[in-house]
Design a binder for this molecule. Structure first.
Ligand code: NDP
Length: 255
């Protein structure tokens, strides 16, 4: 057995939504370091430019495409652009995400609910559909979705987020069943509490103490600590792994 070759992504083309910051950036850079050509899809052009130069410094063919994943008409042209400039997409990481800190259903505005569901769930369905169609013709592929601790637990503060992340686990299993005969593996990662722009407000809330007390590791995680699991799920090492959600949480969910 050639173990390093199992994790080698040379010749693969990866798309990472929200790959210009936080967890997505960590995953994009790690996939490139493992040998993949990487395209990031993000809205913020400055952040897109920054991650593109980091990807190029690693020495891989790379691309940053300005896309809002909630603008449905932008998805297919962006996907086609990646395929024509980098080659057939073999890895899709559905990472782009937002949250509405509404405080609960009594306060949450319908438009905020829609924005979270459109970003965190509908875009995952639409992009997976595009990628799976292309992967089926090539008889291989990896789709990696990002869940959350709220894939397992309810939240009185962010109900739309919890609803979307719960659905991600079931969508992952459903796509895994459908696509397994085509040699396409579909899995998810459920990060625990990771220090990013999204979670920055939590650091000054009483919730921060609860997180530290409940996480056996006793600390927040870093984006880079999620990336290794993504490389594994993108690689041949996981060819017999499908439909699962892997927690990367410092043990948060075991209490
Ligand atoms: P960040 O806020 O740091 O990054 C979010 C990324 O998503 C940004 O790159 C942003 O790009 C992109 N994004 C958001 N909305 C859109 C959109 N409509 N179209 C295109 N891109 C979009 O958050 P994290 O890195 O923390 O989160 C990444 C994923 O991980 C999310 O799915 C999140 O729910 C999940 N997660 C995070 C955890 C954590 O503790 N941090 C824990 C569990 C899950 P741009 O700025 O260009 O819009």
């Amino acid at each position: 057995m050639n173990t390093p070759a199992l994790f080698d992504l040379a010749g693969r083309v990866a798309v990472v939504t929200g790959g210009n910051g936080g967890i997505g950036r960590g995953i994009a850079l790690a996939l490139a370091e493992a040998g993949a050509s990487v395209a990031v899809l993000g809205r913020n052009e400055e952040k897109n430019r920054r991650v593109l130069s980091e990807l190029k410094a690693i020495g891989r063919a790379s691309l940053a495409v300005k896309v809002d994943v909630t603008h449905r008409a932008e998805l297919e042209p962006a996907f086609q652009k990646v395929e024509s400039e980098l080659g057939g997409v073999s890895i899709l990481v559905n990472n782009a995400g937002n949250v509405s800190l509404s405080g609960g259903v009594l306060n949450e505005k319908p438009e905020d609910w829609d924005s979270v569901i459109e970003t965190q769930l509908n875009a995952v369905f639409l992009l997976s559909k595009l990628a799976a169609k292309a992967m089926v013709t090539r008889k291989s592929g990896k789709i990696i979705n990002i869940g959350s601790m709220y894939s397992y637990f309810g939240s009185g503060l962010i109900p739309s987020y919890s609803a979307a992340k719960g659905a991600i686990v079931q969508l992952t299993k459903s796509m895994a069943i459908e696509l397994a005969p085509h040699n396409i593996q579909v899995n998810a990662i459920a990060p625990g509490w990771i220090e990013t722009e999204m979670t920055a407000p939590v650091k000054t809330m009483p919730l921060n103490d609860e997180i530290l007390a409940r996480t056996p590791a006793g600390r927040w995680g870093q984006a880079e600590e999620v990336a290794g699991t993504a490389v594994y799920l993108a690689s041949r090492a996981s060819d017999f792994v499908t439909g699962t959600t892997i927690r990367v949480d410092g043990g948060y969910a075991i209490r």
